[in-house]
Design a protein. Structure first.
Length: 269
């Protein structure tokens, strides 16, 4: 989803600001980890991993918490794989972007018999917006925060966007703000308050649109392979990840007509 891409862009573009928000204090240094946790059910393209001097921050942004594997199990799975690799403390935070019955019911614990694992849940609709409005990196999340007057809150977001310099940075943040506001507001209101021409000119806006298309195409290729031949070989997912949308469209056709999985893989090289 484009929401995931917008949040991933912001958290990797401004890792120190996001780490400060989650930890409540500014770490001396923060770097983005480009992890290779690609084995199912890990969905490393949906999350951000940050490293401070003493720990790893695992940030996951979600709109829909339904599905398989269940979120608590997935959070445990991340922890096991990250800790096995790095052997440092891990702060795990699930950031829920949209209120729903399932999001309200979701617990912060995975427990089966003697195995118990905890993680933090931030429900944005329960967060006050002031700190988000004051921080350009977090500003696009502000429209999803707690308020008795959503339209007024979106207007404040627009006011704060206008203050950001340079223009290129304002355009990127505004594009993310428009995308995330779509979780709560009608498109007509967003267009009234957030200048659409700025959004459309934004590099990140175009990139997010392309990433959304790319993700859908990759998923379609894997679905066709699974339907025809069973699960695809483990390395196919990572090899598809580096391809462009036009290449994935070609491979979708190949997946539909190839005789064997090996025949499909021969088109990857």
């Amino acid at each position: 989803m484009s929401y995931d891409n917008a949040c991933k862009y912001l958290s990797e573009k401004y890792p120190t600001q996001f780490a400060t928000w989650i930890l409540g204090t500014t770490p001396p240094s923060v770097e983005v980890i480009k992890t290779e946790l690609s084995i199912e059910p890990i969905r490393a393209d949906y999350v951000t991993f940050l490293r401070t001097q003493e720990r790893i921050l695992h940030l996951e942004f979600e709109v829909d918490v339904e599905g398989e594997p269940p979120v608590p199990l997935r959070m445990l799975d991340y922890w096991v794989r990250l800790y096995r690799r790095d052997r440092v403390p891990i702060t795990k935070t699930l950031i829920l972007l949209k209120e729903s019955a399932s999001a309200r019911r979701l617990t912060d614990t995975f427990q089966v018999e003697n195995t118990q694992h905890h993680y933090r849940i931030i429900r944005l609709w329960e967060e006050t917006p002031e700190a988000f409005l004051q921080n350009p990196a977090l500003l696009p999340l502000a429209s999803l925060c707690q308020t008795s007057s959503p339209n007024q809150l979106l207007g404040k977001v627009a006011e704060e966007l206008a203050k950001i310099e340079p223009t290129t940075e304002r355009n990127q943040i505004a594009a993310c703000a428009e995308i995330l506001a779509g979780l709560r507001f009608k498109k007509t209101l967003i267009k009234q308050l957030l200048r659409e021409d700025i959004m459309r000119e934004s590099v990140i806006y175009q990139d997010i649109l392309q990433q959304g298309e790319k993700r859908a195409l990759k998923r379609s290729v894997l679905d066709v392979l699974e339907a025809r031949f069973g699960a695809a070989p483990p390395d196919v997912n990572s090899r598809l990840e580096v391809l462009k949308p036009e290449q994935l469209r070609g491979l979708l056709r190949v997946a539909s007509i190839c005789v064997t999985v090996d025949d499909f893989i021969s088109h990857l090289t």
